[in-house]
Design a protein. Structure first.
Lengths: 309, 314
């Protein structure tokens, strides 16, 4: 049932972006509900409050942290001092962690979205023997708990000498079964068969059709898969925790967790609290900016995937 | 190959192609295989091989005397009598029946409200609710850990300021609830966006008629919108089931703050990690991880089955 509406709205969206939403909203402007608005903003506050606290806390030194109220600024504005401490503690190891995170997440996300896009495109646009079976296997794999794989992967990597290298994080992160699923759904709607046929008539090879016709129409889908793969690797803690043991290779998640454990164990004596808090703020800013900057794309991409889940 | 095409007369490549020489079709099949090959090469190496290796490992035991020996299902039998493991699974089952419905109900309510157009500032709200998803679980947990804390947590500060005693949110009795709150905070917005995206894709005509007939917004939401986004809701349920049984980051970070409240078998996944990397008992850890995977598949399958049945009845 959902297939027909989704195809229609997709066509509408492609030709006249925003028109449909405008039409639906017309004549409704007066129909705001104060009660619903209030309720939703209370929910919104719940989601915002921890982050507001975190940002406010990142402007305090350790003394203010303990003596001033959490949701308001302290006596001194120490954000810049804190930032300097974050980047200079342990010979500036935080910068290493940050660069590692960017490297692991960036390479994994580019790789994962490329593999998922090619596979999803093939599943959507070619009727080849074994295609359905392979797609079912991919779907089934969404349910495999990744941590059930982490232990054997660690042992296999260990015997191959891959542990404690960037590949140990990047290789397992290249697989995104959900990305394949999303790209298949997206490609089925976004690329008309007639366009592929026409390109074939013009003598274009299958490979060229994918790169020049397919990819161009798959933009929002690719951005969606890219962002979700980026977040998955960026926030991954379990895999780097077991794979890496030299702190110079840690991503931010493992590094921050280690600092948190040290500050908790030291009972505040080490004055690490404000460093951990400020380090946390710095570590979440890039991803939030990515999502805000690319929101048009991923919201479209998700809309297609979610109607046919 | 020919039979595949013949069996599906409405295949995407169309009738024209059947008349062409087979070499064209073969070339297209070859292209399709090449497109899926890179994904499946990594898929097999990083998913299938470790999965089977894990299964293999789970049938062995390493003893100090005698080395590695085949023990059949002994590890599995041990797991079913291991109170630490069973306690973790039971805790996650409790988590599943309380936290997941609350989170998804909150997500659905927000999605419907934002879609209805009755809320001021809905665009800002939508992003506000989604932002926690971009915050890594590690950061979310250490942030909430500080918020819960007695030293400089604003919750304790506020309660003390109004003359009440501050509750210990990280005590053994309260820590599961505190954990549920963290997970809800992290993922409610993500689920909301999936539901909201599905709601946006419902064509207006589906309920404009009902609106003209004077149906209330509640009725429209219940009878038209929610059934229309059932696939999206199912997706969020399944992801939540998988996520719940795999909880690791949150308990492992809270363990540093409250070692007495969070034991090393608090969640099955945390237990498997401690077995493998602290106790060096890789074989038993593999069995535990395997059982966990099977539990997840069974629960996901039951969820799918029950919603399908409801669809048929409807």
């Amino acid at each position: 049932m959902s297939a027909i509406p989704a195809t229609r709205t997709r066509a509408e969206r492609r030709t006249t972006p925003g028109v449909r939403i405008g039409r639906r909203r017309k004549g409704r402007e007066e129909r705001r509900s104060s009660l619903l608005t209030l309720l939703l903003w209370v929910c919104g506050l719940y989601f915002a409050f921890p982050l507001v606290w975190l940002v406010v806390a990142s402007t305090k030194d350790n003394a203010d942290l303990f003596t001033s109220f959490g949701l308001w600024f302290g006596k001194r504005f120490s954000l810049f001092d804190n930032l300097a401490t974050v980047f200079s503690t342990q010979n500036g190891i935080y910068l290493h962690w940050a660069l590692n995170t960017v490297l692991y997440a960036g390479v994994s996300a580019v790789g994962a979205s490329l593999l998922a896009t090619m596979a999803g495109y093939a599943f959507a646009k070619y009727d080849f023997p074994g295609g359905r079976a392979l797609f079912s296997v991919t779907l089934g794999a969404i349910m495999i708990p990744l941590t059930a794989l982490a232990i054997p992967t660690y042992l296999l990597f260990s015997s191959a000498g891959l542990t404690n290298t960037p590949s140990a994080i990047i290789l397992p992160s290249l697989v995104s079964p959900f990305g394949v699923f999303l790209m298949r759904v997206y490609a089925a709607d976004a690329i008309p068969d007639s366009l592929i046929e026409a390109a074939r008539m013009d003598g274009a090879g299958e490979w060229r059709i994918f790169w020049q016709v397919g990819l161009r129409l798959l933009g929002p889908g690719v951005v969606t898969v890219f962002l979700f793969a980026l977040v998955a690797t960026w926030s991954n803690y379990f895999l780097p925790l077991i794979m890496l043991n030299s702190s110079g290779l840690y991503p931010l998640t493992v590094g921050l967790a280690q600092q948190q454990a040290a500050s908790a164990a030291g009972g505040g004596a080490q004055a690490l609290f404000s460093t951990v808090i400020t380090g946390s703020v710095v570590s979440v800013v890039p991803l939030i900016l990515c999502f805000l900057y690319l929101q048009r794309y991923w919201q479209t991409g998700l809309a297609t995937g979610s109607t046919k889940g | 190959m020919a039979s595949t095409i013949a069996a599906r007369p409405r295949s995407r490549t169309g009738d024209k192609h059947r008349l062409r020489p087979g070499s064209t079709r073969r070339r297209q099949h070859a292209a399709a295989y090449l497109f899926v090959l890179p994904f499946f090469a990594v898929f097999v190496a990083m998913l299938i091989v470790p999965l089977f290796y894990s299964g293999y490992l789970s049938f062995f035991q390493t003893r100090l005397v005698g080395g590695v020996s085949f023990v059949g299902f002994a590890n599995y039998l041990h797991a079913f009598t291991d109170t630490a493991f069973l306690g973790g699974v039971a805790r996650m089952a409790l988590f599943l029946v309380i936290q997941v419905p609350v989170m998804l109900a909150l997500a659905l309510f927000c999605a419907l409200a934002l879609d209805s157009g009755w809320v001021r500032g809905s665009k800002v709200l939508r992003l506000l609710m989604f932002i926690p998803y971009a915050v890594p679980g590690v950061v979310a947990t250490l942030m909430w850990g500080y918020l819960y804390g007695n030293d400089f947590g604003p919750i304790a500060q506020t309660l003390r300021a109004i003359g009440l005693g501050a509750p210990d949110l990280l005590s053994p009795e309260n820590v599961l609830g505190s954990l549920m709150n963290i997970v809800t905070w992290e993922f409610a917005g993500y689920n909301m966006i999936i539901m909201y995206s599905a709601l946006r894709s419902i064509p207006g005509e589906l309920y404009e008629a009902a609106e003209i007939d004077g149906a209330s917004q509640w009725r429209i939401a219940w009878s038209i919108k929610i059934p229309a986004i059932r696939p999206a809701i199912l997706l969020t349920i399944i992801f939540s089931v998988i996520g719940t049984f795999q909880l690791f980051n949150e308990p492992s970070l809270l363990h540093n703050l409250a070692p007495n409240a969070i034991s090393n078998s608090f969640t099955p996944n945390f237990y498997a990690y401690n077995l493998a990397f602290v106790d060096q008992n890789v074989n038993y850890a593999a069995a535990v991880a395997f059982i966990l995977g099977i539990v997840i598949m069974i629960v996901s399958y039951v969820v799918q089955l029950s919603t399908q049945k409801r669809e048929k009845n409807a």
